[in-house]
Design a protein around this ligand. Structure first.
Ligand code: NDP
Length: 333
C-alpha cells in the first residue's frame, strides 16, 4: 500500500528533490503546510498536491501516514513532536534542531509514539560513500588512519536567505554542512567521533557574527583523525572525501553533492582501480529505505539517533571555535 505523506514546509529541498523521490519510490503526497496561505496554495498547485494549508492540525488530520519536515531548523522540534503525537512517521531534515536536548526529545517522542523516525542525511545514500564503506569494512585499506572531507562550495543565490542572515532559524555553515560531513564520516568509517577542534571564518557572505566557512579536525574513538573544510563562499573549489589507511587509500572526488555523480579510486600496493558505483538517486535511496522501515522491513538510511550524533559534531565544532579549545562530542541519546 502506498505511503501517504504530508509535507511540513513549502521548501526548496522538497521541491527540488524529495517530492520526486517520494513519488519515485511508491509514496504519494496528500498535503503541504506553509506559514503563508498564498504560498501553500501556489506550492500545492505547482507540485500537484491535493491540499495546501497553513494549519498543522489540518495537515495531520488529512489521512496521512508520514510527514517530511523541511522547514527552517528552529521549527523542526515542535513540528516533529506534534506529528509524533498524532501517530505519524517522521522524516526530518538536518540539523534536527538548534539544541541537542531538543533533538534528543524528538527521537524520544517518536520512539514513545511507536513511529519511524529518520534524518535526511542524503550523503550516506550516495553510491560513492556506500562503496567506500564497503571497501573499508572488507579491510581493503587496512586500518584507517586519516580522513579528509572537502565540502567547501558556493551557496547558490536562491538559497542565500536565512542560512546567512538569521541565527534564530539556524544560520551558519557548520549546522548546514559540517553536520553532513559528520554523518558521512560516521557512516563510511563505521565508528563514532569523540572530540573536535575547529576555526570558523566570516568570509563576507554571512551577516556579521554568522560563520560562512570552517576548517577543523575530528578525533574518532580509534584515534583516526578527520579533517573537514566547509564553506558557502568558494566558487571554484571541488568536493571530495578521502580515507587513508595502513594498506591503501580511498580517494573520492566530486562526491559531496546532492547529485549521483563522483568517482572513488582505490590505491594499494597492487595498483589503482576505480570502484564500481551504484548511481541510484540519493534521495530515492533514502526514501526507499524509509518506506521499507514503515513496512517493518529494515531501518531508515539515517535514524533519528544518527541525526543527534551527527549534529553533536556540529555543536562541538561551534563550541571549539567559540572557546578556542577542543570540544568533546556529546553522546547520542
Ligand atoms: P527554504 O528556505 O527553501 O525553505 C525553508 C522555509 O522557508 C520554508 O518552509 C518556507 O516557509 C520558507 N520559504 C521557502 N521559500 C520561500 C519564499 N519564496 N518566500 C518566503 N518564504 C519561503 O530552505 P531549504 O529547502 O533550503 O531548507 C529547508 C530545510 O532542509 C533546512 O532544515 C535545511 O537544513 C534542510 N536541507 C537539507 C538538505 C539535504 O540534502 N538533506 C538540502 C537542503 C536543505 P513555509 O513552509 O512557511 O512556506
Amino acid at each position: 500500500m502506498s505511503v501517504r505523506w504530508g509535507l511540513i514546509g513549502a521548501s526548496t529541498i522538497a521541491r527540488e528533490w524529495v517530492i520526486g523521490a517520494i513519488r519515485a519510490t511508491g509514496g504519494e503526497i496528500a498535503a503541504v503546510m506553509s506559514s503563508d496561505a498564498g504560498r501553500a496554495a501556489a506550492y500545492a498547485r505547482d507540485n500537484r498536491i491535493p491540499l495546501g494549508t497553513t494549519d498543522l492540525d489540518a495537515l495531520l488530520g488529512s489521512g496521512i501516514d508520514a510527514v517530511y519536515v523541511s522547514t527552517t531548523n528552529d521549527l523542526h522540534h515542535g513540528q516533529t513532536l506534534a506529528a509524533a503525537a498524532a501517530g505519524k512517521h517522521v522524516l526530518c531534515e538536518k540539523p534536527l534542531a538548534l539544541e541537542l536536548s531538543a533533538a534528543r526529545e524528538m527521537v524520544a517522542a517518536c520512539k514513545a509514539a511507536g513511529v519511524v523516525m529518520g534524518t535526511n542525511h542524503h550523503l550516506r545514500n550516495a553510491g560513492t560513500h556506500r562503496a567506500m564503506r564497503q571497501a573499508i569494512a572488507a579491510g581493503r585499506i587496512g586500518k584507517p588512519l586519516f580522513a579528509r572531507v572537502f565540502h567547501a562550495v558556493y551557496l547558490p543565490p536562491h538559497l542565500q536567505g536565512w542560512r546567512i542572515t538569521t541565527p534564530g532559524a539556524g544560520a551558519g555553515v557548520v549546522m548546514d554542512i559540517t553536520v553532513h560531513d559528520a554523518d558521512t564520516l560516521r557512516f563510511v568509517l563505521g565508528e563514532e567521533p569523540v572530540e573536535v577542534t575547529a576555526f570558523t571564518q566570516e568570509g563576507g557572505m554571512g551577516a556579521p557574527g554568522i560563520e560562512d566557512g570552517v576548517m577543523g579536525v575530528v578525533r574518532f574513538r580509534s584515534g583516526l583523525l578527520a579533517q573537514f573544510h566547509d564553506a558557502f563562499t568558494t566558487r571554484f573549489a571541488s568536493t571530495g572525501f578521502e580515507v587513508h589507511g595502513t594498506e591503501g587509500s580511498l580517494i573520492g572526488t566530486n562526491c559531496m553533492t546532492q547529485r549521483s555523480v563522483g568517482e572513488v579510486l582505490l590505491r594499494t600496493a597492487s595498483g589503482e582501480e576505480h570502484l564500481p558505483i551504484d548511481r541510484t538517486n540519493l534521495y530515492e535511496h533514502a526514501l526507499a529505505a524509509f518506506h521499507g522501515a514503515i513496512a517493518g522491513q529494515g531501518q531508515p538510511a539515517a535514524s533519528g539517533e544518527d541525526g543527534v550524533r551527527s549534529m553533536a559534531v556540529g555543536v562541538a565544532a561551534l563550541q571549539s571555535a567559540a572557546t578556542r579549545r577542543p570540544a568533546a562530542v556529546e553522546p547520542g541519546l
